[in-house]
Design a protein around this ligand. Structure first.
Ligand code: AKG
Ligand code: FE2
Length: 192
């Protein structure tokens, strides 16, 4: 599966079934039809460029402060609220593949063109993260830094991209998101 990117989790893509993808497609259509509750756009610093906020220099500056940033300090995106029925459907489907774990929905976001989520680690919630994102036009990117210090720009594909990564206290995975066109993203936390 070419649109499956396992950053550091060692998880087989077999859980991305056609059934799971059709549920994501259904949610995407509901969002396009305005059937999903969308919160206010977080846009605290409107003039800042996503390339600066999601750049390597900014990341190195944050790391040099020696203080882990659990959730992004700056972002431009709309939070999405899923119905309880859909949430339960997702959790049931994922739990089948991760039986001895707890699956929780995490952030669901609608990034406009030029939207972003600044550098953070999510280190307050160790476990596996799974994100399904959908780029409508020019694909955006998920940027991260490996514990070795290597800076990586992981490009989205147009349409769906599925990403998994592991968060741990010992090895924080700094990451951020840059959207080049409208980008939906649906996050799940799988605790081990
Ligand atoms: O939108 C994404 O691909 C990732 C979002 C993210 O890192 C988060 O919600 O913590
Ligand atoms: Fe994150």
């Amino acid at each position: 599966m070419t649109n499956y990117i396992d950053i550091n989790a060692g998880v087989s893509p077999s859980f991305i079934t056609s059934e799971l993808i059709s549920l994501f497609d259904q949610v995407k259509e509901d969002i396009l039809l305005g059937k999903c509750v969308r919160g206010k756009c977080t846009n605290l610093i409107p003039n800042i460029s996503q390339d600066v906020i999601c750049g390597e220099t900014e990341l190195r500056r944050l790391i040099s402060l020696n203080k882990e940033v659990f959730t992004s300090e700056f972002s431009r995106m709309y939070p999405l609220k899923m119905s309880e029925k859909i949430e339960t459907d997702f959790v049931i489907k994922l739990n089948k593949f991760f039986p001895n774990t707890k699956v929780h929905m995490r952030g669901h976001w609608d990034y406009p063109t030029g939207g972003y989520m600044s550098w953070h680690t999510n280190g307050d919630f160790p476990g596996i993260r799974f994100y399904a994102s959908y780029s409508f036009g020019e694909p955006g990117s998920f940027r991260y830094m490996l514990p070795s210090g290597e800076f990586v720009v992981s490009l989205d594909q147009s349409g769906w991209t599925f990403r998994v990564f592991r968060i741990s206290h010992q090895n924080p995975l700094w990451h951020c998101v840059c959207a080049k066109s409208r980008r939906l993203s649906f996050g799940f936390h799988i605790s081990e």
